[in-house]
Design a protein around this ligand. Structure first.
Ligand code: GP9
Ligand code: MN
Length: 693
């Protein structure tokens, strides 16, 4: 009896399930039948975006990226839902117009990518004036068959519509009162998809999206439609920011610099390098804490150790970057201005007037150039290096980049330096004086291409003597397998590349009249717990010492923040043993470099925010974009509203207050200079003309 009962209930269950299945299938097929045009529009638009990724980025994980497809579907469904507000005959026009617009986005980007290996930006629209000159060349050389396939999308949409019309489709499906309902239903579906998409976003996605500089990454994760919409917003935002408050900003700016002398203050270093050539090394993610560090008595950074010992080494030096990391370091190094409060100067404010080291040296007859073997559009360098006054920017397309010579983000540092030598040789032959910036790349997070960095062990080796008198080597894993450990391997590689570069420059005679300047661009953002392991490793247990152990060294958040120091050094091959061969321990920031070098090379920027370290000496203050600051005496964390005393001297409340005010003022003025383009004299003239002066 029980069995029969069970069998019956199973049977009912099955019937129920089947009915639900049939109902759903029916619903789906009914939905599909009633929305053929809309679905065709969605599918065609998503295919176009996918094709674009396929043609540009080749790798399967890129063009079939689920996240990008989800983003594309979401955008297209949301825009498409509005189509239901139109009558059937106008609805087609709506879908077609939108589809043509989206097709144009794909086509333009497809062509642009062939040309620049990057995606287009509306901010470049101002460049269209040049298209007339190169138009024919573009049509002949750049437009390829792949750029035309997108046009199939509107064509197919037109054909589908014609077929539906012929079958009298629209009259059959359309019930007038349902238009709004269908719009809302579709909008809801779009909304749900958007929520799913937002949930799948990682912090890295969010940060890259906000910065909008790694265009390939954004297109790969967000699809071309979201990328382009975001691009429009990031292009417009700075314009809106600079629309209000010009006069107030100008007044505060003038007040701020009213007391500043119009000539540099002389000291013993004035003009010591006048007329010398310059090689500046932008050392990616190099932190000062690796200097003189050894594993099993082998130095992590033998080259840097040598340079710091032979040259002028600033051992208490901080980079002052914000979200623009590398680009912010370049900005502050070149202009003595701080990163902007919103967006990044390189991306959002590249079209401002800057007073920069390359420009001031150009006035002295120098030829100026920059070299970076990555895509020229990364951090918008293509535009910004021009604004900063580099005569020539050698980027990826000027280097031979293959799969074999690539590490991490791109061309390996060793190969980059090797290929750069011949370019510098040529420049040296053609110019009396030159100034070049070389931006390294290999030592970049996530430091995971470990097998390509070459041998460098970050373990702890120990020779122990057994009871029978024999000896054996015991290896404690120590930093092996940690992110910090991998960083040291990568750092060791980059340091070796640097060493080879200096040797090769010397062989070519390129160091004879040259000053080498090196700065670490920012810290490597490594986990605090890894530093704890570095400083508190217990080899007996292969773990971290407990904090009540007498050997335990405190590494709290203050130590971590102060540990973000980067190297800054000035070196010439004959500096060793001279009075220039010394360590400067006064706290110094990236914004002090321009004033300090300016005095040594004989140029001056009245609107610099930093100071010549040899004038300000121990009275210096380094301001960070987040409002923190550090002096020789105290480090202040503005988020916590707390400070750490760095000497035994007492810190007064008044001192903290004064420095906080200084920090706020400096950050405001810096931001105003960039946002309102205050160094642009033409702008001032224009506004005076408008005021009728
Ligand atoms: C990009 C490289 C790295 O070309 O300079 O930039 P980052 O991620 O360090 O800002
Ligand atoms: Mn960097």
């Amino acid at each position: 009896m029980k069995n029969i009962k069970n069998a019956m209930s199973n049977l009912f269950d099955k019937i129920k399930k089947n009915i639900i299945r049939i109902k759903t299938e029916h619903l789906i097929s009914a939905y599909m039948k009633n929305n053929i045009l809309f679905l065709t529009f969605v599918i065609l638009s998503v295919i176009n975006s996918t094709l674009l990724r396929f043609f540009c980025m080749h790798m399967l994980e890129n063009y079939l990226s689920i996240k990008a497809i989800l983003a594309d579907v979401t955008v297209v469904v949301l825009i498409g839902s509005l189509g239901y507000l139109f009558k059937p005959k106008n609805r087609f026009t709506y879908f077609l117009s939108v589809n043509i617009f989206l097709t144009a986005i794909c086509m333009i980007n497809s062509i642009y990518y062939t040309f620049y290996t990057s995606f287009a930006s509306v901010s470049m629209l101002s460049l269209t004036q040049y298209i007339g000159d190169v138009g024919d060349a573009v049509v002949e050389n750049v437009i390829q068959l792949k750029d035309l396939v997108y046009i199939l999308s509107p064509i197919i949409l037109i054909i589908v519509n014609a077929k539906l019309k012929k079958k009298n489709y629209y009259r059959k499906i359309e019930i007038k009162s349902e238009r709004k309902k269908r719009m809302f239903q579709t909008l809801t579906v779009g909304g749900v998809l958007a929520v799913i998409f937002l949930i799948t976003m990682t912090p890295l996605d969010v940060s890259r999206f906000a910065k909008q500089w790694n265009k390939e990454y954004i297109v790969m994760r967000f699809g071309i439609y979201v990328y382009q919409a975001n691009d429009v917003i990031t292009t417009i935002q700075p314009k809106i920011n600079s629309m209000f408050g010009y006069d107030k900003a100008k007044k505060e700016f003038l007040d701020y610099f009213a007391e500043t002398p119009s000539e540099s203050q002389k000291n013993e270093y004035t003009n010591i390098f006048a007329g010398k050539n310059v090689i500046v090394i932008h050392a990616e993610s190099m932190q000062a804490n690796a200097i003189d560090l050894r594993f099993n008595d082998i130095e992590v950074t033998p080259t840097l150790n040598r340079l710091t010992k032979e040259g002028m080494y600033f051992s208490n030096f901080y980079s002052q970057v914000s979200v623009g990391t590398s680009s912010d370091a370049e900005l502050t190094y070149n202009t003595s201005l701080m990163p902007t409060k919103s967006g990044t100067a390189f991306v959002s404010y590249y079209n401002r007037e800057y007073i920069s080291t390359p420009k001031l040296l150009k006035e002295k007859g120098y030829y100026t150039f920059s070299m970076h073997a990555n895509n020229a559009d990364f951090w918008n360098r293509r535009s910004m290096h021009e604004s900063l006054g580099y005569d020539r920017f050698f980027s990826k397309k000027d280097y031979e980049v293959t799969k074999e010579n690539t590490i991490g983000l791109g061309l390996s540092d060793k190969e980059f330096f090797t290929q750069s030598i011949s370019k510098i040789k040529k420049i040296n032959k053609e110019n009396k004086n030159w100034y070049g910036l070389l931006i390294m790349l290999t030592n970049h997070t996530p430091f995971s291409d470990v097998e390509k960095y070459g041998e460098f062990e970050v373990n702890m080796k120990e020779t122990i003597t057994n009871e029978d008198g024999t000896t054996e080597e015991v290896i404690h894993p120590y930093m092996e397998g940690t992110k910090l450990g991998n960083y040291f391997k990568s750092y060791h590689y980059a340091d070796e590349a640097l060493g080879e570069f200096i040797d090769n420059l010397d062989k070519e005679g390129l160091l004879d009249n040259t000053v080498l300047v090196l700065y670490g661009d920012h810290d490597a953002r490594l986990p605090k717990k890894d530093y704890n392991r570095l400083y508190n490793y217990d080899k007996e247990t292969d773990s971290i010492l407990s904090d009540d152990d007498p050997e335990y060294k405190e590494y709290d958040s203050y130590q971590y923040e102060l540990g973000r120091k980067v190297p800054f050094l000035i070196w010439t091959k004959d500096m060793k043993g001279t009075e220039l061969n010394k360590e400067i321990t006064d706290v110094m920031g990236m914004y002090d470099v321009m004033p300090t070098l300016g005095n040594m090379f004989g140029f001056y920027n009245k609107y610099q925010l930093g100071h010549d370290i040899f004038n300000i000496k121990d009275n210096n203050i380094v301001v960070f974009p987040n409002g923190n600051w550090v002096t020789n005496k105290v480090y202040y964390n503005s988020q916590k509203g707390a400070y750490l005393s760095l000497t035994n001297e007492a810190i007064t409340e008044d001192e903290i207050k004064r420095n906080n005010e200084y920090t706020t003022k400096l950050l405001d003025v810096s931001d105003d200079i960039i946002v309102f383009d205050l160094l642009n004299e033409n702008k001032e003239r224009n506004s005076k003309e408008l005021e009728g002066e």
